[in-house]
Design a protein around this ligand. Structure first.
Ligand code: ADP
Ligand code: MG
Length: 283
């Protein structure tokens, strides 16, 4: 599914770095990172996915076996390895990956005594020599130093929220942490958008959660809603994004459309056109 977004009228611009973050597990961070990343690459954007979660689900979901990882995000963040030494191509043309591995599990403790411990990923990304349009950082399900590194390196946060009852509960903590982050480490951080995931339209509750998020953050809710779709949960075990695993399923269509909408929103913000409050919201 190629969208002719690139061309003389729509040249690539400076990379947009987005941290895909929510301290809750199982809300669709990794699924969103993989599939938005792949969809953007298929639109002709150059995309770098950085896997910052020791579980390495984005890494395996993009077809890179754990045993094949020689250097990882750990080497970048803890050992100061240049990203250019660590990033590898994936099954998706135009999408490179900085893979994760289990060594990241101990990274937060090892980082405590390192200089610039909150900015190590930001510094590494500053050293990228290749031109990427987007850097997507898949965060772990916590608000520890790795997520803080991601949010410090990012211009925007992409926040997946599962369409269920407790979805909003964790948002207060996220908001509080990001207020701190905004004040102390990254004053220009914005919310690039909220992605509603695992939406089951048959459930009244799912509609209620969407309405609640819409009423709290009307400018930030990205469309479309991402449906609960079994094909989306199968694709990672085949090491493929949904666009390659089953391009005609509802999940593939939803992520493709979401990527187009996100791209348009972010590109408008770069060219100075009004984007509503979406990117103007500060914490
Ligand atoms: P997180 O990274 O936030 O922990 P994941 O993206 O790994 O969340 O998703 C958690 C689980 O739910 C995974 O097994 C994933 O395959 C599945 N999943 C995520 N989004 C969907 C969806 N829209 N439909 C069906 N299953 C999904
Ligand atoms: Mg994950």
């Amino acid at each position: 599914m190629r969208t002719p977004l690139l061309g003389a009228d729509n040249p690539p611009v400076a990379p947009q770095t987005l941290a895909v973050a929510n301290q809750k597990g199982g809300v669709g961070k990794t699924t969103t990172t993989i599939n938005v990343g792949a969809a953007l690459a298929e639109m002709g954007r150059r995309v770098l996915v950085v896997d910052v979660d020791a579980q390495a689900n984005a890494t395996s979901g993009l077809g890179v076996a754990r045993s094949a990882v020689e250097m990882s995000t750990y080497d970048v963040i803890v050992n100061g390895r240049p990203i250019d030494d660590v990033r590898i191509p994936t099954v998706v043309p135009g999408l490179d990956l900085v893979p994760a591995d289990l060594s990241l599990a101990g990274a937060e403790i090892e980082m405590i005594d390192l200089p610039m411990r909150e900015r190590r990923l930001a510094m590494a990304l500053d050293g990228l020599t290749d031109a990427f349009d987007y850097v997507l950082i898949d965060c772990p399900p916590s608000l520890g130093l790795l997520t803080i590194n991601a949010a410090t390196a990012a211009e925007g946060l992409l926040v997946p929220i599962q369409c269920e009852f407790y979805a909003l509960e964790g948002l207060g903590l996220l908001t509080h942490t990001l207020e701190l982050l905004h004040r102390e480490l990254n004053p220009t951080l914005r919310i690039a958008g909220i992605v509603m995931t695992l939406f089951d339209g048959r459930l009244a509750l799912a509609h209620q959660v969407v309405e609640e998020v819409r009423s709290h953050f009307p400018e930030l809710l990205l469309t479309p809603l991402i449906p609960r779709n079994v094909r989306l949960s199968e694709a990672p075990s085949h090491g493929l994004p949904i666009s390659l695993y089953d391009p005609t399923c509802r999940g593939a269509a939803a992520y493709a459309e979401l990527a187009v909408n996100l791209d348009q929103r972010l590109m408008r913000s770069l060219t100075g056109e009004p984007t509503g409050a979406a990117l103007g919201v500060t914490w």
